[in-house]
Design a protein around this ligand. Structure first.
Ligand SMILES: Nc1ncnc2c1ncn2[C@@H]1O[C@H](COP(=O)(O)OP(=O)(O)OP(=O)(O)O)[C@@H](O)[C@H]1O
Length: 293
């Protein structure tokens, strides 16, 4: 199966500071991939490397078997909606659709027209006069109507109200099922990803913390709760640890069927899992900082 995105030792540095480092992922096609992480984690950097808007400092990245932005055929296969959902302020909604039709060989005029009508956008309206959310919807319509094989969306729902957010994510899932579309989208909101994404990448402090199919990740991680003074069973890898005076709670990856009855194993939801990896990265940063003092 073709990898929709394959990165090997990928890194991007600005001056002395790494925006992304040691990124090795291999994402199969046909997924809605959620890229989640806090502000400044490196999400936009990874997405821009995938679209060819940035060149790597180290390593390499392949998208749908080609080099990002390598030529017209590669450009036609990948749609990208940037974080600020750029549109041309002086052009009308209809102008944007005409532009899309002129620039994209696989343009789906019916999809674009239908989506604009369903959103209640006036084709004669100038884009500069649309609300932030309406501009985002216009940019997203252009991305979908391009009929790419891979649609890359940087924070696509940030400007949308809750109803529009749910409808857009629903549309995305339908489009992936109908048109062999793969999607990579970034978000801060795990609740959005939980409903939509079947593949997850957690990025914190410029490094990929974990990546994989969400159902595999959820099946493989557990919460182990037990007395503070009791040793943790051997086997599973500890992702994060929290302690009170009497009790310890570990998020672990691996077989958590502990023979010691003092430990209780529980399942996680996606938010617990993401927060555990963020927690872990924060604790590591704190330890590294303390070591330099
Ligand atoms: N052009 C640039 N010059 C210098 N540093 C940059 C540049 N672009 C990004 N960075 C830095 O690289 C790091 C990663 O930024 P990036 O925009 O990829 O994060 P992000 O996860 O998308 O954040 P957010 O969720 O806030 O959009 C940050 O520390 C940022 O300050």
């Amino acid at each position: 199966m073709t990898a929709v995105l394959r990165a090997q030792g990928l890194g991007k540095r600005y001056g002395k500071r790494w925006a992304l480092r040691d990124c090795t992922v291999d994402i199969p096609e046909g997924h809605v991939v959620g890229l989640v992480g806090p502000n400044g984690a490196g999400k936009t950097t990874l997405l821009k490397l995938a679209t060819g808007l940035l060149e790597p400092t180290t390593g390499g990245i392949g998208v749908l078997g080609g080099r990002p932005a390598a030529g017209p055929a590669q450009l036609a296969k990948v749609g990208f909606v940037a974080q600020d959902t750029p549109v041309y302020a002086a052009l009308t909604v209809a102008d944007h659709l005409r532009l899309g039709a002129g620039l994209n060989p696989a343009w789906d005029a019916a999809l674009a027209k239908d989506r604009i009508a369903r959103l209640g956008l006036d084709p004669a309206h100038r884009a500069g006069k649309l609300s932030g959310g309406q501009r985002a919807q216009l940019a997203l319509t252009l991305g979908l109507a391009k009929r790419p094989e891979l649609l890359i969306l940087d924070e696509p729902v940030a400007a949308l109200d809750p109803l529009a957010r749910r409808e857009f994510l629903q549309n995305l899932m339908e489009a992936t099922a109908e048109h062999r579309l793969s999607v990579v989208l970034s978000s801060h909101l795990v609740s959005d990803l939980e409903r939509t994404c079947d593949y997850l990448i957690v990025l914190v402090d410029s490094r990929v913390q974990v990546a994989g199919r969400t159902e595999d990740l959820l099946a493989g991680h557990h919460r182990l709760t037990g007395p503070r003074d009791r040793a943790l069973p051997h086997g599973p890898r500890v992702v994060s640890a929290r302690h009170t005076d009497r009790q310890s709670t570990f998020i672990v990856y691996g077989d958590a069927s502990a023979p010691d009855p003092a430990w209780t194993a529980g399942r996680l939801n996606l938010e617990d899992l993401v927060l555990a990896y963020m927690d872990n990265a924060t604790a590591e940063r704190r330890t590294a900082l303390e070591a330099t003092r």
